[in-house]
Write a protein that binds this ligand. Structure first.
Ligand SMILES: *Cc1c(COP(=O)(O)O)cnc(C)c1O
Length: 478
């Protein structure tokens, strides 16, 4: 055979575009990113092959001759498409072992919330329009009744997040005045959110009482002798806990003192729960209803921590104080949009039936998942990981403890199972291998995020429900 004929036959090794586009993986990719975009990337790759054949590139030719050529090319197209077309905000597998992970977007929403949110997004709505009177309405109205039912409060309002709720409360009720707070509660919650700084930003001055470990009712009582006190504040700093010789004043005692002195009490509950979690076998923490019943005049909490909804800050309390808060011009700057309100409403409605809440609210489904179920998943997926990482890392299943996260019950943990990957490498190389391994998982089309500890990579499987979806990702591992 002449050279010319040979090279013509090499060109024949290049699969046709139509045949490629029928590969399962590209059908899937086309559904996700659009047929036309995938076709363009495929054409580009096929063009590259022609160039390489004309340059007699032996590697390309032998790849094209191999048995898996078509599926390898399809995978390459899919990988390039994923890289080029993927949104910078992408779903990830949260296998960190922290269920409510702020860096991973906290709560995954319930489907009822997503449906409500999508409907509100696609259409115009009666957000601030009273259908009865045909006049301007208030965007909080649709949610307020439900929140009052669930918390026992008289009134409620919604802002962008709980940091905003605290800022707005302080600014509305105590601007240019003093706020009494225990030194044990002057905490940093994360990022730049430190209670003393929020107070200053809100235009209030701090009146610190007690000490880091102990604050007594008398401390508050003597502070309230001063007449510039506008507010008593209590912060449930649940992302850390002081153990040992400690003492703090309960909501009930504080509320009764506040009433006597005619100063309102505001409680920042952080990860506010609307149901007693002990009914689902989780450690109990005071609910918003408990705190209101204890006499707090205002309670602030997050919508996307234990509550399991969208990112919002919820403020509930007395009609008078909520009225003051709502009339603050800052409220306008901190308000939430129609889609978020719809998602919150869709989430709160699930709380009307606490019996099925643990099945319908993803956060609670994750938190209440049994250790046996998680172990069973680990057993099913471990062989594929062993094959994938053979020669790179050993893979074992280990018992571990997941945590709730986002400041909720930091010391309480739930038994779970992890895949644990230990690099097979010389001493000096093992950290580099570990980092590379973690990065390869992070760079998958749907990234897998684990946790590195003691020179090993942990995948806590508590939040993994679709194991096939995870295993399908391993095809892209590089
Ligand atoms: C998390 C938290 C906040 C801040 O809430 P975001 O929803 O993150 O804005 C404020 N206070 C406490 C006690 C918290 O735990």
């Amino acid at each position: 055979m002449s050279n010319v004929n040979k090279s013509i036959s090499f060109y024949n090794l290049i699969p046709s575009l139509d045949k490629l586009m029928r590969e399962d993986i590209l059908v899937m990719c086309a559904e996700k990113f659009g047929h036309q975009s995938i076709k363009l990337i495929a054409q580009e790759i096929l063009g590259d092959f022609r160039g390489k054949i004309s340059a007699s590139d032996l590697e390309t030719i032998s790849m094209l001759e191999s048995e898996n050529a078509i599926s390898d090319i399809a995978k390459e197209i899919c990988a390039r498409a994923t890289h080029a077309l993927k949104s910078p905000i992408t779903p990830v597998f949260n296998l960190t072992g922290t269920v409510i992970h702020t860096n991973l977007g906290r709560a995954a929403l319930a489907s009822s919330a997503v449906i409500a949110m999508t409907q509100a997004a696609e259409q115009t709505t009666n957000l601030e329009y009273d259908l009865e009177t045909g006049k301007r309405g208030d965007r909080d109205t649709v949610i307020e009744g439900l929140l009052c039912d669930l918390t026992g409060a008289e009134a409620a309002t919604i802002v962008n997040n709980n940091a905003a709720a605290v800022l707005l409360t302080l600014n509305s009720l105590a601007r240019e005045k003093k706020v009494v707070i225990s030194r044990g509660e002057l905490v940093e919650i994360g990022g730049a959110f430190r209670i003393p700084e929020v107070m200053t930003t809100a235009g209030c001055s701090l009146f610190e009482v007690g000490t880091t470990n102990r604050t007594h009712l008398d401390d508050y009582a003597s502070a309230l002798e001063s007449d510039e006190i506008a507010l008593l504040m209590k912060v449930h700093s649940s992302n850390y806990e002081i153990k040992g010789f400690t003492s703090s004043v309960s909501e009930r005692e504080l509320a009764s003192l506040a009433r006597q002195k005619n100063v309102p009490l505001a409680t920042d509950l952080g990860s506010g729960s609307l149901v007693n979690l002990s009914r689902y076998g989780l450690p109990s923490e005071p609910t918003v209803k408990d705190i209101i019943a204890d006499g707090a005049n205002i309670v602030t909490f997050s919508g996307d921590k234990l509550l399991g909804g969208p990112q919002v800050g919820i403020i509930v309390g007395s009609k008078k104080l909520i009225g003051q808060i709502k009339s603050n011009p800052l409220k306008r700057a901190l308000r939430v949009d129609k889609t978020i309100l719809a998602a919150l409403l869709g989430t709160l409605r699930l709380y009307q039936d606490p019996g099925s809440l643990n099945l319908r609210l993803p956060i609670l489904r994750n938190l209440t998942r049994g250790a046996d179920d998680i172990f069973a998943i680990a057993r099913e997926i471990v062989p594929k990981f062993e094959t994938l990482l053979s020669g790179i890392a050993t893979v074992t299943i280990e018992d571990c403890m997941s945590q709730i996260g986002s400041g909720a019950l930091p010391l309480d943990v739930m038994p779970s199972s992890s895949l644990v990957m230990t690099p097979i490498a010389d001493k000096g190389q093992s950290d580099a291998t570990l980092q590379k391994l973690a990065k390869s998982f992070r760079c998958l089309p749907k990234p897998i995020i684990g946790r590195i500890s003691d020179g090993r990579l942990f995948f806590d499987l508590r939040c993994l429900w679709d194991k096939d979806e995870l295993l399908a990702q391993l095809d892209f591992f590089k």
